[in-house]
Write a protein that binds this ligand. Sequence first.
Ligand SMILES: N[C@@H](CCC(=O)N[C@@H](CS)C(=O)NCC(=O)O)C(=O)O
Length: 208
Amino acid sequence: MAKIKLTYFDIDGGRAEPVRLALSLGGIEFEDHRISFAEFAKLREDMPLGALPVVDIDGVPYTQANAMCRYFGKLAGLYPSDPWLAFLCDEVLDIVEDATLALGRTFHLKGDELKTARAALVDGMYTRCLKTLEKRLAAAGGEYFSDRRLTVADLKVYVWIKRLKSGALDHVPIDLTDKVAPSLVQHMERMNELPGVAAYYVERRAAS
Ligand SMILES: N[C@@H](CCC(=O)N[C@@H](CS)C(=O)NCC(=O)O)C(=O)O
């Protein structure tokens, strides 16, 4: 088995979190390398694209969170083999990625500018993304996003909805998802209860 080292910020969320969950649920051994923002500033020049996550596989660094979701999802049995079901899974991964990118574009803003930009995001793109994901979940049977079983699409949405509801994002109301796409909150609550996910966070709490 290849030696896997996943480098990301020391947060239980963000782009690396679905990858960590997929690796953990698949029982795939990896080094969960967590760095501070100060360390990132020092190390970024040596990273392929100056951004995280980075995964070293047998010492070679690779980028792109969704590519990691797909690759480790396949290894972990959390990615559909059927091309159509894989497409459904990929669309969900990329919707959440677009939403993450859009949020990133507001990080440098302050005060009223931040408030206005976040309000536009909440009322515009975020509402559209949430409603579309809700439709996709319903069309896929209401429990999982693809293949009627857990896939990396569920992990990606789960991590995003938890973040939206965390209160950590200024000017993003914590009840946005409850109001716009309540079935995604129920999906998040079901994910919290999955034995592998619950066990992962018990271990995380013990480690921190
Ligand atoms: N397309 C990349 C985007 C990576 C990315 O923008 N990562 C953020 C953290 S989640 C980052 O490193 N931002 C710091 C920066 O660009 O200065 C991926 O999906 O992995």
